[in-house]
Design a binder for this molecule. Structure first.
Ligand code: ADP
Length: 184
């Protein structure tokens, strides 16, 4: 069973690391941001609602997010493990996840640590619709307020592994894989 959660600020390199990890472990990459962006480009009702919130750098409601994650985790490819990216992001989402997965829970939550000035530069360089200076600042603020407290949540459950996110993609990847394998 490989049930992974990847944590870290916006721009910490989660997307890049996730692509490498899903190859390595053969598990699906479940990114709430990607699912929301897919809904936006399909122009669904959910997508239209989400776009305004996302462009401002705000968080989509917990109920909505929990609904899409629960549906996604029920797909057959998630039976033997998964990599959750961008979720959970709030205490309510973390509690919801624990309920969804009971009695097993998560095997490991990896926190990719990168300082604010570095992630801000990386986001400005990639230039997604929500990578404006205002939306970036809002997302980093919400990360501190809503998501950073989840480090304690996972740590108190004994599943947190912090990894230094500076260095090459390959270096960060090796650190993550050793953190995961040292628990097996
Ligand atoms: P980033 O981490 O760079 O903000 P994501 O792709 O993870 O990128 O998320 C983009 C946007 O999608 C967020 O700013 C937020 O509006 C919305 N979003 C994604 N995941 C969640 C979530 N778990 N809860 C609430 N909103 C979310």
């Amino acid at each position: 069973m490989t049930r992974l959660v990847i944590l870290g600020k916006q721009g910490a390199g989660k997307g890049t690391q996730c692509a490498l990890l899903v190859d390595h472990f053969g598990i699906p990459h479940i990114s709430t941001g990607d699912m929301l962006r897919a809904a936006v480009s399909e122009g669904t009702e959910l997508g239209l609602k989400a776009k305004v919130i996302m462009d401002a750098g705000d968080l989509v409601s917990d109920d909505l997010i929990l609904g899409i994650v629960e549906e996604r985790l029920a797909e057959p490819d998630a039976e033997n493990g998964f990599l959750l990216d961008g979720f959970p992001r709030t205490d309510a989402q973390a509690q919801g996840l624990v309920e969804m997965l009971a009695p097993q829970g998560i095997d490991i939550a990896i926190d990719i640590e990168v300082p604010d000035d570095v992630v801000t530069q990386r986001m400005l360089a990639r230039g997604r619709d929500d990578d404006t200076p205002e939306a970036i600042q809002r997302r980093l603020q919400l990360y501190q307020e809503e998501t950073a407290p989840l480090l304690d949540f996972f740590s108190s459950r004994g599943v947190l592994a912090a990894v230094d996110g500076l260095g090459t993609e390959q270096e960060v990847q090796s650190r993550i894989i050793s953190a995961i394998e040292s628990r097996d």
